[in-house]
Design a protein around this ligand. Structure first.
Ligand code: NAD
Length: 499
């Protein structure tokens, strides 16, 4: 699979970008063994301009005239198209990310299909119609008197109705950890709402986005409704796209620092942003919890995809009476984990290992891991790190404050519910949290007090796509999911008719 730009319904061969500005290609590196597997084209400014222009043209053409039912049917054809090539998508996702194939087959690709079906269902379920409200009757103030001034306050009989209009050209920029899932999480509602999209996936995981472009082409979407450009972010395709003067809205998932950079560029054109950013997610384990379930859930929440999911737990707070038992059980599970994948890149592996070194320097107690595994085969040239469990660090340690995005969590004890909440909320991030308790009242009391966008009780990463998803504080701006996404990707227009 050779990733390629897709603009106005056409794939551009490498080096054949408009204006000849495909300034080169990047190596596509296999994180499992460090081998170069292919090349990723880099879009220069003119390529990004061409993609934005193609999207703009699509809005003026047949795509701009589609009704909700037609778009819903198109989303279903896309979902069916991914499903028909399921194994190909799974292979490409596993190869780019290094994640276990089973994870791609049970999470990434099914969820990508689900994203398209969920928004098709919403359209068929009348989401768009229910958005169109009407208010007949008396309308107060500013009705005009017919005397020529047209500004005097008063009352007049009017019919007000509100329709939803797509925002226009939407830029979607996504990260490498769940490449197709997170891309389609934004592309599906953006298309459902009638926008035209220019997407830029992570330069580290370009393959499934390219397959998606093939599927969208085969699904018969009008040319330019969906466009794809590849390349890096800062000073490259990502920045060119998100600071583009003809982009009407930005939907971004990635690091908080990148959100800051994108917002600066967007400010010049007052382009609205929806941001899903980093996290430093806490788990609160109360002594009354089903401890086996809490350990099991924390193994999943800390180590799935080697901790490279924004929702992963990096801070665990455990009520003191069960602290030792919990730490021993979690440590044992971490030490015996097998089949886990690598970090996405050498740079990211080095970042995670720098935190492991910091833990040693700060005299953390290393319960499990803390180093680099040795396999005795090609994987030793890849970017693996050991699943790691730490204790003994103070709350203000960088290890408890900064997002590491690796297979590592720190476990600390607490004595009271108030203390647990204070520790959980002592973070610049507020993406997700997990509460483990068998006390129903405590669950309902504690969960809403955690300063996070998503709080799970006795589970982790159980998702209903209709619910709001997003982060507080430095973890994001806005909410996506269900009608929350449709709210972002279109704007209300009120029409007032004097009757
Ligand atoms: P990243 O911010 O480095 O890159 C994300 C995307 O932004 C990539 O496509 C990249 O090329 C692009 N980009 C980078 N700099 C840019 C710039 N200046 N202008 C425009 N585009 C730019 O993030 P990453 O390393 O790919 O992903 C990991 C981060 O994403 C973590 O912080 C993680 O928590 C976060 N994340 C958040 C969620 C969520 O839903 N909140 C989900 C997944 C990942």
């Amino acid at each position: 699979m050779n990733p390629a730009h897709y603009i106005g319904g056409t794939f551009l061969p490498h080096g054949d970008a408009p204006g000849g500005d495909a300034t080169g290609t990047l190596p596509l590196i296999d994180p499992v063994d460090g081998a170069v597997r292919g090349r990723v084209p880099e879009a220069g400014r003119e390529t990004v301009d061409a993609a934005v222009a193609a999207a703009r043209a699509a809005l003026a053409g047949p795509w701009g005239r589609t009704c909700a039912e037609e778009r819903g049917a198109a989303l279903r054809r896309i979902a069916d198209g991914i499903e028909a090539r399921f194994e190909e998508f799974v292979d490409a996702e596993a190869a780019d990310t290094g994640k276990p194939r089973e994870l791609a087959a049970t999470v990434d690709i099914p969820r990508a299909i689900g994203n398209f079906r969920a928004y098709a269902d919403l359209l068929y379920g009348g989401a768009e119609r229910s958005y169109s409200t009407s208010v007949p009757g008396w309308s107060a103030a500013g009705t005009g008197t017919g005397t020529g001034t047209g500004v005097s306050a008063g009352f007049g009989r009017a019919l007000n109705y509100t329709v939803r209009r797509p925002l226009g050209v939407v830029a979607v920029v996504s990260p490498w950890n769940l490449p197709l899932l997170l891309l389609t999480w934004k592309v599906a509602p953006a298309l459902a709402a009638g926008n035209a999209v220019v997407a830029k996936p992570s330069e580290e995981t370009p393959s499934t986005a390219t397959l998606l472009a093939e599927v969208i082409g085969a699904a018969g979407l009008p040319d330019g409704a969906f466009n794809l450009v590849h390349g890096r972010g800062a000073g490259a395709a990502g920045e060119y796209l998100t600071s583009h003067c003809d982009v009407d809205a930005i939907a971004f998932t990635g690091a908080s620092a990148t959100g800051t950079a994108i917002m600066r560029g967007a400010a010049d054109h007052l382009t609205p942003v929806s941001f899903e950013l980093g996290g430093k997610n806490a788990a609160l384990v109360f002594a009354d919890a089903d401890l086996a379930a809490a350990v099991d859930g924390t193994v999943r929440s800390a180590f799935t995809h080697s901790g490279q999911i924004c929702l992963c737990t990096e801070r665990v707070y455990v009520e003191r009476p069960v602290f030792d038992e919990f730490v021993a059980a979690l440590g044992e599970r971490a030490r015996t984990l097998t089949g886990y994948g690598p970090m996405i890149s050498a740079a990211h592996r080095d970042k995670v290992l720098a935190y492991y070194r910091l833990a040693a320097e700060e005299n953390a107690q290393v319960i499990a891991g803390g180093g680099v595994p040795r396999f005795g085969d090609a994987r030793d040239r890849g970017f693996h790190v050991e699943p790691t469990v730490l204790t003994g660090l103070p709350q203000d340690s960088r290890l408890l404050q900064e997002e590491i995005f690796g297979p590592v969590c720190h476990v600390a004890p607490f004595d009271t519910e108030e203390e647990a909440l204070r520790l959980a909320n002592d973070s610049r991030y507020g993406l997700a949290a997990t509460v483990w308790t068998s006390d129903l009242s405590r669950a309902h009391r504690v969960a809403p007090q955690v300063a996070a966008g998503v709080v799970w009780v006795n589970c982790w990463n159980l998702r209903d796509l209709r619910t709001p998803f997003g982060g507080s504080k430095d973890s994001g701006i806005g909410r996506e999911g269900g009608t929350y996404s449709l709210d972002y990707f279109c704007e209300p227009v009120n029409v007032c008719v004097q009757i």
